[in-house]
Design a protein around this ligand. Structure first.
Ligand code: CS2
Ligand code: MN
Length: 354
């Protein structure tokens, strides 16, 4: 595996490439062109400039998170081909620049959903948290408002204010899309992009829906082993793969994470490894990466990745806000650096014990 950190670009991130470069074992970043909007083709010169900046800091780009999917593609409207064409152009340009892993998601309307961005834990750190009761008490249009005060002045991916202003319209646009339709639209999209992925050796890595169940009655399909295997089979190409995000699949306690990893051998192109602490099956908060701080056995998760021969990029995911840091919730430097060190330690121990 290749340890990485997510970086939002110098215009948006509070964390610098120089800082990332000093985390032991981190030689690459996962990044994106944050100022692009879903549906547009990325400009070659922008990709080149990003690459140049990262490389000047002594790092490389291990992959993109994310090239987002336009709603027309997820809804399956007649104009979707135009947006898929643009997506293909972006993939071609990334491939030409030697970037071979692209993370994306297929969640309608909302990206990941949390009901609190700064819940206090017993150690005084603050973390992202979710309770189903809080979601049930909200109308979707109020979702963003309810958390907006805790973003530390940052724009969070998937929660851009322009997007949130259109939530009502988006719900309307998705009204005829159920799980089956969403699967169909995903298949259509993948079938169209696979020839380009084959040509440029690009691994597509779908991110799970987070939480891994339907929110506000919206369809959600990338949630469990059964669905993800269905997706692998419906477009059976090794470039059609997944981002294995333990914190997202793990929101549903019925998901056996090491077992899911083993069943996805050869199709995991990217891993997000983080821990959650459950207070009840519908109330969880994001813990430190260390097993004993949360509910997951991180050793077993890393061991499963090791045993399937996982050799792609991996990153610590959301960290706690600690030591007075002010950053995008989940994306500060300190706790993610601790997470990277811990995951590297687990990996070294697993490797040496084999
Ligand atoms: C990320 C997602 O912060 C997060 O939870 O894992 O926002 C992820 O980047 C997207 O869903 C992938 O497209
Ligand atoms: Mn994730």
């Amino acid at each position: 595996m290749q340890m990485t950190l997510r970086w939002y670009g110098s215009k948006h991130d509070t964390v610098t490439l120089e800082q990332i470069r000093q985390i032991p074992g981190v030689k690459a970043v996962i990044t994106t062109l944050y100022d692009t909007v879903p549906g547009e083709a990325w400009k070659l010169e922008d990709i080149r400039a990003l690459k140049k900046e990262v490389e000047a800091a002594g790092l490389t780009i291990a992959g993109i998170e994310s090239v987002n999917i336009h709603d027309a593609i997820k809804i399956g409207t007649p104009d979707r081909d135009k947006y898929i064409d643009n997506y293909i152009t972006t993939l071609e340009r990334l491939g030409q620049e030697d970037i071979h892993m692209v993370c994306y998601n297929f969640m309608p309307v909302f990206d990941w959903t949390r009901t609190e961005l700064a819940r206090k834990r017993p150690d005084g750190s603050t973390v992202l948290a979710y309770t189903q009761e809080a979601v049930d008490a909200l109308v979707p249009e109020k979702m963003f408002e309810s958390i907006a005060g805790d973003t530390n002045g940052t724009v969070m991916p998937g929660w851009e204010p322009e997007r949130m202003a259109k939530v009502k319209e988006l719900f309307e646009a998705y009204k005829d899309v159920d799980d089956e339709k969403l699967f169909e639209n995903l298949k259509y999209f993948l079938e169209r992009i696979m020839p380009t992925c084959d040509k440029y050796n690009i691994n597509m890595a779908i991110h799970p829906d987070d939480p891994a169940w339907s929110v506000f009655g919206l369809p959600r399909i990338i949630i469990n082993k059964k669905n993800i295997l269905r997706m692998m089979e419906m477009v059976d190409n090794p470039h059609n793969g997944v981002t294995f995000c333990s914190g997202s699949y793990g929101t549903n306690l019925e998901n056996d994470l090491p077992d899911m990893i083993r069943s996805l051998k050869g199709r995991i192109h990217f891993a997000h490894v983080r821990n959650l602490k459950f207070n009840s099956p519908t109330d969880f908060e994001e813990a430190a990466h260390l097993s004993s701080d949360g509910s997951f056995d991180m050793y077993e998760i890393m061991k499963a990745l090791y045993e399937i021969g996982f050799d792609g990029p991996i990153r610590p995911d959301h960290g706690r806000m600690i030591w007075g840091e002010k950053a995008m919730p989940g994306y500060g430097l300190y706790d993610r650096a601790l997470g990277a060190a811990y995951l590297n330690g687990l990996w070294e121990a697993i490797d040496k014990s084999k």
